[in-house]
Design a protein around this ligand. Structure first.
Ligand code: ADP
Length: 377
């Protein structure tokens, strides 16, 4: 069996460990620090930005994949030049690393995106606001996550600090600015793609963010039969094929008040919007990602029940971890699946999630919220 090496020791790497064990796939992790969520499978601790560190790690595995998208292109390209199998490869991953590149490429592929612009100065930003305002959304192209690096603004001066830090970085960079999309809800379409092109799609899901952070996911998205799910699926397949993605791809979408579906963001790895599939689909996203990157036939992504709900545990009593409250949560609902990332709670920190499946989405949502609430207070 091929040995899988995951760069990054966060919860996504952690959640690849169980399916790797089940499949009998050797798995190793390059973690940033001792005691990271994926410590169980950590084989090297070091800096993923350092080529020699990443090379030493890659030498111990047959295929390299990712927990996060922050490995520099120069490092990835050097690995490929060494003959290392990297999935997804740097040509695909660059579009998940840089929102400006992503917007440009999706436009070339003819995919629906919000009106957007590349702005290199407050004057250019002001010009975009006068065309698309009063509100616009300004984003740092690189390094953002969980809403960090995203600001809703009305005046160009509200991004002055970002322009200043771009100038300090000396990379002469630009910011991404987008029209403020009036969406009725946010959706996500997850897809897995094997190197030869085989594709498997989970149903489109609804995601709810609080303060820019994913809070809840309902799978499938309610009332998404027909055009919405077909459009979401077609977009995700077009992205996976157009960008030559291997492994799991998450396409975050806006469903607009006037019924259009627009692409917001891409992630080329398992994604929070797919956690429900661990317990709610025949093949969960972590197993599927492993299958795809080692080039095994993909598993069946069909849901196991009419509805699945995943609720993130964000925060909780400071210094505690989820297992401290397992007694209460498990007693409250023996059907709830509890997932801990082995992190100590801090305000707003994602420390785990709760998943529940059932016949009726509203009922499942209420029941899942009740279990998640046990970890919040
Ligand atoms: P991140 O990379 O941090 O997840 P996103 O680009 O996905 O950032 O934006 C985070 C959230 O901000 C989105 O989930 C959405 O709720 C909101 N958002 C982003 N872009 C827009 C937009 N153009 N119009 C309206 N809301 C937006």
């Amino acid at each position: 069996m091929k040995r899988v090496g995951v760069i990054g020791g966060g919860q996504l790497a952690r959640m690849m460990i169980a399916p790797a064990v089940e499949l009998g796939l050797p798995i190793g992790v390059l973690a940033e620090a001792e005691g990271a969520p994926a410590a169980l499978a950590t084989t090297l601790v070091g800096d993923y930005r350092d080529l020699e560190t990443v090379r030493a790690f890659a030498a111990t595995v047959d295929v390299v994949t990712f927990d996060h998208e922050h490995v520099p292109q120069a490092v990835l390209r050097a690995l490929v030049a060494d003959g290392v199998v990297v999935r997804p490869g740097p040509d695909a991953l660059q579009y998940a690393q840089d929102k400006l590149l992503m917007r440009e490429r999706l436009g070339e592929l003819g995919l629906p995106v919000p009106a957007w612009g590349r702005v290199a100065s407050p004057e250019e930003l002001a010009a975009f606001i006068s065309r698309h305002g009063p509100r616009v959304v300004v984003k740092t192209p690189r390094g953002g996550y969980d809403g960090k690096g995203v600001r809703v603004i009305e005046h160009a001066a509200e991004a002055d600090d970002w322009f200043a830090s771009l100038a300090e970085d000396g990379n002469g960079g630009s910011l991404l600015v987008e029209e403020f999309v009036e969406f009725s809800r946010e959706l996500a379409q997850l897809v897995a793609r094997r190197p030869g092109g085989e594709i498997a799609l989970w149903p489109v899901v609804e995601t709810v963010q609080k303060d820019g952070v994913c809070a809840e996911v309902v799978a499938p998205a309610p009332a998404s039969d027909g055009p919405v799910s077909e459009t979401a699926a077609a977009i995700a397949v077009a992205v996976a094929e157009g960008l030559d993605v291997t492994g799991v791809l998450a396409v975050e979408l806006f469903e607009t008040v006037d019924g259009r579906v627009l692409v917001n963001e891409l992630a080329m790895r398992p994604h929070n919007s797919g956690h429900w599939s661990q317990d709610g689909a025949v093949t969960g996203q972590f197993e599927q990602h492993l299958r795809a990157v080692v080039d095994l036939p993909l598993g069946d992504p069909s849901p196991l029940a009419p509805a699945a709900v995943m609720i993130n545990v964000l925060g909780g009593p400071e210094g505690q971890s989820m297992p401290d409250r397992y007694d209460r949560a498990a007693a409250l609902n023996p059907s709830a699946k509890l997932h801990s990332y082995d992190k100590l709670s801090r305000p707003g920190r994602k420390v785990g999630h709760v998943t529940l499946i059932g016949d009726d989405a509203e009922r499942v949502l209420a029941d899942a919220r009740a279990v998640a609430a046990v970890f919040a207070d």
